[in-house]
Design a protein around this ligand. Structure first.
Ligand SMILES: [Zn+2]
Ligand SMILES: [Zn+2]
Length: 298
């Protein structure tokens, strides 16, 4: 709810004419409560979880011959029914955990100072805040994820997410309810440290999930714009973590690669890359791990 009775009031308060985007925001939000605006996240998350993975389902079903070269584990096939089952599992968790969490977490958003007021943030402000959110999320998620790979964490919680040794887009949010709750912390920490506008917060929640869906898509397309982001992990990076499974001590980071590099938890992945490159270059498999445990895509 905005503290202005009219557009003129708003312009007087901020000392200039409103931009087109600000006028739109005023008309949309002036009479809506901040709680209701915050709860828009439920709709956005529902749309992201439902629509974004569909892109990967359709290209696999309709253009499999054209995209097979980019499939990370080409021998693994998921039918439409498999995808639908995963989606229903995710939606059950959405109704029982994600949605209710959004409904009750508003006081924390209010407390950290997420604002709905005018003026709207500049593009630079939004982008720099989003960058901080991604960096904070990545670092915090890295350590929580590492903890979830200890015996207790894996057996009790994290093995649900690892049921997919070859991940699909719909499986990005597929996890134990406790993991869904715990991983809300890294997503919340960035906005808590650098609180911004509600629109930035909406964008952050949606972008983080879109990023997770891409990294679980099972496809490593060379033309995605994320390829241009420095130190970005991507689908191939996280797919390796799922492929190795519960005993994986590699590729814990959710977004970037630098944590795994700094803390030495990308050795299995880098070794596998090297061996695959040697095989591709026709240098034979002399350097292949005898157990072959971490080598994939045979
Ligand atoms: Zn894991
Ligand atoms: Zn995953």
């Amino acid at each position: 709810m905005l503290p202005y009775a009219s557009l003129q009031d708003a312009e007087t308060a901020i000392g200039r004419s409103l931009t087109a985007a600000e006028t739109f925001w005023f008309n949309y939000s002036a009479t809506k409560s901040d709680y209701f605006l915050y709860c828009h996240n439920i709709l956005f998350l529902f749309l992201v979880f439902t629509i974004v993975p569909l892109f990967y389902v359709f290209i696999e079903l309709l253009f499999s011959k054209n995209v097979i070269a980019y499939k990370i584990q080409p021998k693994v096939k998921f039918s439409f029914a498999d995808n639908l089952n995963c989606y229903f599992d995710v939606m059950r968790m959405f109704l029982l955990v994600v949605g209710p969490l959004q409904l009750v977490s508003y006081p924390s958003i209010k407390m950290i100072g997420i604002r709905t007021s005018l003026p709207l943030p500049s593009l630079t402000e939004m982008m720099s805040q989003l960058l901080v959110y991604f960096l904070v999320e990545d670092f915090t998620n890295y350590w929580i994820h590492r903890f979830l790979h200890c015996k207790w964490g894996y057996e009790k919680i994290h093995k649900v997410h690892h049921e997919y040794t070859s991940p699909i887009g719909y499986a990005a949010p597929y996890a134990h309810w406790a993991e869904v709750l715990i991983l809300g912390i890294p997503s919340f920490l960035g906005p808590a440290m650098v609180p911004g506008h509600m629109i930035t917060f909406w964008l952050w929640i949606a972008l983080r999930q879109i990023e997770a869906i891409e990294t679980h898509s099972g496809y490593d397309f060379p033309w995605t714009f994320t390829k241009f982001i420095p130190f970005y992990g991507g689908a191939d990076y996280h797919d390796y973590h799922h492929y190795v499974g519960g005993q994986s001590q590699s590729n814990f980071a959710s977004v970037f690669t630098y944590c795994d590099y700094i803390y030495g938890t990308d050795k299995g992945y880098r070794y596998q890359k090297k061996v695959l490159e040697q095989l591709r270059d026709g240098k034979g498999n002399d350097g292949l791990n005898a157990s072959g445990q971490d080598i994939k895509y045979e």
